[in-house]
Design a protein around this ligand. Structure first.
Ligand code: MG
Length: 451
């Protein structure tokens, strides 16, 4: 849902370009609404973006004015904050992070008392409060207080270590290169790796405001990490986005893997010991279905967005889930995408199999996925759906999120991004030529129904 130009308000949070859509005034107003809605103890964390100092004080001021107890966790990965909110039984949390968006963007993510993001109906209530002009602030004798707590990262690491075979991982003495892109994962992941007995090679772990490359952990942005992995002969390379809820992998050969592989490998590991449903979104590779089928486990598909996946995982009793963008959700820790937990799971799998990442990848199903973004485009989805219903049978169409056309050889998915002003076209098939054909077909369609 768009509130005004350069500001996007959706189930994923409130996002905008700093100084245009997202200003201290907007942050104050939305946090005021959140403080009123939740009350009590609210944890605040942030990534390393240059605008975060400014937004932090705006958010703290708004929380104090609503009488909340505001706890400043400092630079903190999103999954670390989500876990702290749950484990400390706080009323809620706020993360100031533009996540995978380019540096000119920033955003606020809002967390419930159970560590999940706000449900869509709660986001609607928050927007109503945000848009109301008469939100009252507290009188002088009812103002809140600010506290500082630097324990979130260690708490997260200790909880992760209770869920993996630490001795087994230590016995492999892995050499790991980690590229946190100077984001919120700059401290947490190197510390976890040290605790797991790894020799750690830090790449862009300075937690400073300037990113070393674009924040999305896709192969095109991981060439620097690939070179380091080869140069130091590391067993594996890990890369995060700016708030470390995603993880991408580089093999010991220096090959930057598609971010789709992170969830595939996590599923391959977890399903070996625990059978149950796997939940992922409709845009994630069908390799997940193939892997789950090997263990006779069902796959449930949801709309794109971690809150949809988390909710469905809770309801279905899923054993593992997440999204193809490198976001793994492991229920024994929390129903949150967690790039740091994912790193520990991947190392545990490598240790158990006593093999290299490349040989694990070689045993996984092979698909070709093409992900395209069409910027500054709005399309009339209702008209597009009507047209497709005339052309394809109901079995060949899925409207769970945007439009997906299903073919015997693969699929193509068209949806408006919830985090950026663009349309995403994702096509997957067993071979590149077929995926390109699906992609072309979708691109032709969307320009017909351009608004
Ligand atoms: Mg993120």
């Amino acid at each position: 849902m768009k509130a005004d130009s350069n500001l996007i308000i959706s189930a994923s949070g409130v996002r905008g370009i700093v100084g245009l859509g997202l200003t201290p005034q907007v942050v104050t107003k939305i946090v005021l609404a959140f403080g009123k809605m939740m009350g009590g103890k609210i944890l605040l964390g942030y990534d390393t973006r240059t605008s975060n100092e400014m937004f932090k004080y705006a958010a703290l001021s708004a929380l104090l004015s609503t009488g909340c107890e505001a706890v400043d966790l400092g630079i903190c990965p999103t999954p670390s904050l989500q876990l702290m909110v749950k484990d400390q039984q706080a009323s809620g949390g706020i993360v100031i992070t533009g996540s995978h968006n380019p540096p000119e963007w920033n955003a606020l993510k809002f967390v419930r008392s159970d560590g999940l993001f706000l449900f869509p109906e709660q986001v609607n209530r928050l927007i109503d409060l945000y848009q109301a002009t008469n939100v009252k602030t507290s009188a002088w004798d009812r103002l809140g207080k600010v506290f500082r707590d630097d324990s979130a990262i260690w708490h997260h690491i200790k909880r992760i270590m209770q869920l993996v075979d630490v001795e087994k991982i230590k016995s492999r003495k892995f050499k790991v290169a980690i590229d946190a892109n100077n984001g919120a994962g700059s401290f947490a992941t190197p510390l976890l790796l040290q605790e797991l007995g790894c020799s750690v090679v830090k790449v862009n772990c300075q937690a400073k405001g300037e990113f070393a490359h674009l924040p999305e952990p896709v192969p095109a942005n991981l060439q620097g990490l690939s070179s380091v992995v080869k140069e130091v002969e590391a067993d594996i390379g890990f890369a995060h986005d700016a708030d470390a809820d995603r993880l991408a992998l580089v093999s010991e050969r220096g090959e930057a893997l598609s971010e789709e592989y992170t969830l595939m490998i996590a599923c391959d590991f977890i399903l070996q010991t625990k059978r149950g449903p796997v939940v992922t979104n409709v845009s994630t590779s069908r390799a997940i279905d193939d892997i789950a089928a090997r263990f006779d486990c069902p796959v449930i598909r949801t709309p794109v967005g971690d809150i949809h996946v988390s909710k469905c995982m809770q309801a279905s009793g899923a054993v593992i889930g997440g999204e193809g963008n490198g976001g793994v959700i492991f229920p024994p820790l929390n129903y949150a995408r967690d790039g740091i937990m994912a790193a520990a799971l991947i190392l545990n799998h490598l240790a158990n199999e006593d093999t290299s990442l490349s040989s694990i990848v070689n045993k996984l199903p092979r698909y070709c996925m093409l992900k395209q973004k069409v910027k500054n485009l709005e399309i009339d989805f209702e008209k597009l759906k009507q047209s497709l219903c005339c052309e394809f049978s109901s079995d060949e169409l899925d409207f769970t999120d945007g439009v997906q056309i299903l073919f015997p050889e693969g699929w193509v998915h068209i949806r408006a991004s919830g985090t950026e002003p663009l349309v995403r076209v994702i096509a997957e098939a067993k071979d590149k030529k077929t995926a390109e054909d699906f992609s072309r077909l979708a691109l032709d369609k969307i320009f017909i129904f351009k608004k």
